[in-house]
Design a protein around this ligand. Structure first.
Ligand SMILES: [Zn+2]
Ligand SMILES: [Zn+2]
Length: 134
């Protein structure tokens, strides 16, 4: 018998043969993913009243803004996170990085997927027909 088949969650006692409802996987040799998520949810309840501030360089701010704008396009993005990005974090970053007309425009266009540059396909390798007598 391998250790994997004997594994048992130290919190809920689920095993390889009797997983949690909805399924779970091992995140530690004796801790299942379901229990890790449950524990994280309890901890997150405790941080609700905390406040933090961050310090970015201009470049980091631009990269963060771009990453958030990209993340917003994910269809699975929860609405409350979308609102957090669009109404709170995004505008602060956008204002910070808009140091001239070009950066201001880039930062603004990032909210609009229709303004994306099309990704160019790899150019076809040049085909050359060799004619007789050449
Ligand atoms: Zn468990
Ligand atoms: Zn489990």
């Amino acid at each position: 018998m391998s250790t994997q088949t004997k594994a048992k969650c130290r919190v809920c006692g689920c095993t390889e043969d009797h997983a949690c409802p909805g399924g779970c996987s091992w995140v530690e040799p004796d801790l299942c993913s379901r229990c890790l998520i449950n524990q994280a949810e309890k901890e997150i309840m405790l941080i609700g009243s905390r406040r933090m501030s961050l310090s970015f360089s201009g470049v980091q701010a631009f990269q963060t803004l771009s990453a958030l704008q990209l993340a917003l396009r994910h269809p699975g993005m929860p609405v409350n996170i979308q609102k957090l990005i669009v109404e709170q974090i995004g505008p602060i970053l956008q204002q910070f990085v808009s140091v001239g007309p070009a950066t201001a425009k880039l930062a603004r266009l990032g909210w609009h997927p229709e303004a994306d540059e099309p990704v160019e396909a790899e150019p076809e390798p040049e085909r050359r027909i060799i004619l007789p007598g050449e």
